[in-house]
Design a binder for this molecule. Structure first.
Ligand SMILES: Nc1ncnc2c1ncn2[C@@H]1O[C@H](COP(=O)(O)OP(=O)(O)O)[C@@H](O)[C@H]1O
Ligand SMILES: [Mg+2]
Length: 379
């Protein structure tokens, strides 16, 4: 069922955790709420579940309003039909796997035989049917999370809320379970809100990603949109764009001056009128050793690229790529991820030429303006 959150506010005493948040999860879609720790993700989820009473705004699930700050309407948790999975393994250790999963059905008054059939069906879905009669305390962390997931799905919830459910698992298991979650999500057409601070997880699991910063949603888009076109430098930086440099006022696309440095770049983007930064993905940087004719090879060949001289400070071999930090003449350090050079070695101290296509230099406003700032500018 569609979940619609409108103009949501939540305060803990004097502290405002959520500010006029708008978010719609269309029926059957997986929306991932992605943001740094402390930005308000869990609080938002708890408001939807009914575990927290917002200060204002409205929340509806399907055509039912479950919270309305104006009328004071608050529908209790157990009448919202939401399924929840948390970071900690919330399974009952003294019950069997099957009993864990069948429990919500028992609460609903479903007859015993049907409870077993339905519980087995969801256990099948999460790949645990063969362990139905095992004690839950005998399971591994990954299996316990599957049980928690199966239990939350057993009652056919209108919406499934998942709060960093994979973060306690080791890397390998997390990858596997992530793929499986996506399969279940698409197979079942579940409406879900998934909360995480991990961008890889968000990119893998989302139909749409909502970037949350300081209690509000600053960007909403498909994983491709968010990854390819972050709305601000702070979002880009959060998404792993390690090269972020404030742009000096008065800069233009042809002469993009990096503040407090001698470095001038070119970009094919318009420079915003507000405080902005040049953002460059490490993968978009080419590093070439300055040995003999390499430099002359570069000039002229790539007319649209920026070429900067520098010295390698750190180089880390990563298998198919090398990650290096290059101190650029003129006062910046660039982080690059590139294939090993065909001849020579990218080692600390080596003189190099760094090339970046103008198209790869993104000039983004430092922050997404909030609704209040936009209104103030318009006035
Ligand atoms: N019960 C509470 N009382 C006071 N402050 C809280 C409470 N719960 C969360 N907060 C604060 O609200 C902010 C958002 O918290 P939370 O929603 O848990 O963030 P996230 O899940 O994104 O890490 C944080 O600054 C946190 O310290
Ligand atoms: Mg949290």
């Amino acid at each position: 069922m569609e979940v619609a959150v409108h103009d949501l506010d939540l305060a803990y005493g004097d502290f405002t955790a959520i500010k006029s948040l708008d978010l719609t999860i269309p029926d059957g879609e997986s929306v991932v709420l992605l943001g740094q720790s402390g930005c308000g993700k869990t609080s938002t989820m708890r408001c939807i579940a009914g575990l927290e009473t917002p200060t204002g705004g409205t929340i509806s699930i399907g055509d039912k309003t479950v919270f309305d700050g104006n009328s004071g309407r608050v529908v209790p948790v157990y009448k919202r039909n939401v399924g929840m999975v948390f970071q900690s393994y919330a399974v009952w250790p003294h019950k069997t796997v099957l009993e864990n999963v069948a429990f919500p059905l028992k609460m609903k008054g479903v007859a015993k035989a049907r409870r077993r059939t339905e519980a087995l069906a969801v256990l099948e879905l999460v790949g645990l049917a063969h362990l139905a009669d095992r004690g839950a305390s005998m399971l591994s962390g990954g299996q316990m999370q599957r049980v928690a997931l199966a239990r939350s799905m057993a009652m056919s919830p209108s919406v499934l809320l998942l709060d960093e459910p994979l973060s306690n698992l080791d890397a390998r298991l997390r990858d596997d379970l992530r793929v499986e979650l996506r399969r279940i999500q698409t197979e079942r057409g579940l409406t879900s809100l998934y909360v995480t601070h991990d961008q890889q997880e968000a990119l893998a699991l989302a139909d749409r990603i909502a970037i949350m910063q300081a209690g509000r949603i600053s960007q909403l888009g498909t994983p491709e949109e968010i990854y390819g076109t972050p709305a601000s430098a702070s979002i880009a930086s959060f998404l792993g764009v390690t090269n972020v440099f404030p742009v000096a006022p008065g800069s233009t696309s042809r002469a993009l001056e990096l503040a407090d440095t001698e470095v001038v770049l070119r970009t094919d983007r318009a420079v915003p009128a507000v405080a902005s930064s040049a953002c460059i993905r490490p993968e978009d940087i080419t590093v070439t050793l300055d040995s003999g004719n390499d430099v002359s090879d570069l000039s002229g060949k790539r007319g649209d690229a920026n070429h900067l001289g520098g010295v390698v400070r750190i180089a880390v071999f990563q298998g198919s790529t090398i990650r290096c930090k290059v101190e650029i003449d003129g006062g910046i350090e660039l982080d690059a991820v590139c294939p090993p050079p065909s001849t020579g070695v990218l080692a600390p101290g080596a003189r190099v030429t760094v090339s970046v296509d103008a198209a790869a230099v993104k000039v983004l406003p430092d922050e997404v303006p909030s609704a209040e700032t936009r209104a103030a500018v318009a006035a």
